[in-house]
Design a protein around this ligand. Structure first.
Ligand SMILES: Cc1cc2nc3c(=O)[nH]c(=O)nc-3n(C[C@H](O)[C@H](O)[C@H](O)COP(=O)(O)O)c2cc1C
Length: 223
């Protein structure tokens, strides 16, 4: 038995001219056509982030999918993954976490990487394929800090202080101040590598990253 909408009040709204008009526009009957149209017009209008023009406001948030090369780097699978989203018309792709160094810097076994010039070629292939569809790509540079794992990078995780991660329960090694400085300049240099590889922008991972752990008192005991 098929479902039929109930009559409201004395009138059967199913057959009103207004409903017919709404249906012919493909909009929800409870929302007025001008409002819905305005919303979609805005969603599909260009927007600018810094110097980068993005063709619409549909953005893909970063997602680690473990499709990239084992040990870090681009491969055909991760390129195909991003290309499929670009083909679908998305305006901006923010990449999954991209490691800037191996060992304690590994966030996932199979993830993007911007460690050195060797990673340039593969990464530029991924950005170019997305740019072919007018899609912009931001790379999310990442160092897991104390949320890394010896099982992933083969090294004890590092952080500002030796405060255990609530996520994996592994105690990190406290970085020395010179090591801290080196990691910060390392992140800046890797941002340049990502830029040279054709990334339209970069985003530092919001959580689970070393620079954040250098700030909060709960995690950093360094003066
Ligand atoms: C499988 C998976 C992987 C994710 N990987 C990342 C990541 O690499 N970097 C990041 O900043 N956020 C990551 N996130 C968080 C998402 O980008 C997003 O912020 C989160 O899913 C909240 O959005 P939602 O409420 O629409 O799900 C991931 C989420 C999922 C489900």
């Amino acid at each position: 038995m098929s479902w039929s909408a109930p009559a409201i009040g004395n009138s059967d709204w199913r057959d009103t001219p207004r409903r017919q008009k709404l249906l012919s526009c493909g909009s929800a009957p409870w929302r007025s056509v001008p409002v819905a149209k305005k919303m979609y017009d805005r969603l599909f209008s260009p927007v600018r982030i810094g110097g980068v023009e993005i063709k619409n406001r549909v953005a893909m948030t970063p997602m680690g999918v473990n499709l990239a090369a084992a040990g870090g780097g681009v491969n055909d699978d991760i390129i195909a993954f991003y290309e499929a989203r670009a083909r679908g018309g998305i305006g901006l792709i923010i990449s999954e976490i991209c490691r800037v160094m191996d060992g304690a810097g590994a966030g996932e076994p199979c993830q993007l990487a911007a460690r050195n010039g060797g990673d340039l070629q593969g990464s530029s292939g991924s950005s170019t394929r997305c740019n072919n569809y007018g899609t912009r790509m931001f790379v999310q540079l990442h160092h897991p800090g104390r949320q890394g794992s010896v099982f992933c990078g083969g090294e004890q995780p590092v952080s500002a202080s030796a405060v255990e991660s609530p996520v994996n329960g592994e105690a990190p090694r406290a970085l020395t101040i010179p090591e801290n400085r080196k990691d910060r300049t390392g992140l800046r240099d890797r941002a340049r590598i990502a830029q040279m590889a054709g990334a339209d922008g970069r985003r530092a991972a919001r959580r689970a990253r070393l620079p954040d752990q250098q700030l909060p008192v709960a995690v950093s005991q360094q003066a």
